[in-house]
Write a protein that binds this ligand. Structure first.
Ligand code: ZN
Length: 203
């Protein structure tokens, strides 16, 4: 992909967000060259406004004793299907009813639901929630990234791949970020953690 094409791609994603500022990380450029990723990108562009809206809707149903509400929408496809891609959006919201109660993360609910319905390929995960300091890396990002437990889980989950898009939206500032899952791992854990565990993961 040429730089001009990359710029067009970045502009088209920005247009999808209706005034939200989306930062495209430089690393996405490299990944867009892949055949599979082009397909992912088209699926993402087709679904983007709906995906963001669904994450916001799911967030309204979150339960948190401390008012920390997160919503997630996972765009899934079944690449094995002949003809047009079958896609579906699966939702999750977080639940933490007390400080000593186990956390149920919105992201893992959405991804697990896709798995339960037989969708083996997550194209993108959109997350809306208030940003906070990451408990694993200590990084403070302008949007809420999936937590260290979700990141670790997604390195094993068969339907999340290194090329799954991670889109994070800040409901207060209107800011958004987009990167690939492998970039998210790089940001928080560095290059030594880029191993992928193919438990039935499609290539
Ligand atoms: Zn989590």
């Amino acid at each position: 992909m040429s730089y001009e094409q990359y710029e067009q791609t970045a502009a088209s994603i920005q247009m999808m967000v209706r005034g939200t500022i989306i930062y495209i990380s430089g690393g996405v450029y490299d990944i867009f060259r892949g055949e599979g990723s082009q397909r992912n990108l088209q699926l993402l562009i087709n679904s983007f406004p709906t995906l963001a809206e669904r994450a916001a809707q799911a967030r309204k149903h979150a339960v948190s004793y401390r008012g920390f509400h997160v919503g997630c929408a996972a765009l899934a496809s079944n690449p094995e299907e002949k003809g047009a891609d079958q896609t579906a959006i699966f939702l999750g919201c977080n639940e933490k009813t007390a400080s000593d109660a186990q956390t149920v993360c919105a992201e893992r609910v959405a991804v697990q639901s896709a798995l339960a319905w037989g969708y083996r390929h997550i194209v993108a995960i959109a997350i809306e929630g208030p940003p906070q300091e990451d408990h694993g890396s200590g990084i403070k990002s302008p949007t809420l990234h999936p937590c260290k437990d979700c990141r670790a889980a997604f390195q094993y989950t068969p339907n999340v791949s290194p090329n799954t898009y991670i889109i994070t939206l800040n409901p207060m500032s209107g800011q958004g970020q987009i990167c690939l899952f492998r970039e998210l791992i790089l940001i928080h854990h560095g290059p030594n953690h880029l191993q992928w565990h193919a438990l039935g993961r499609p290539t």
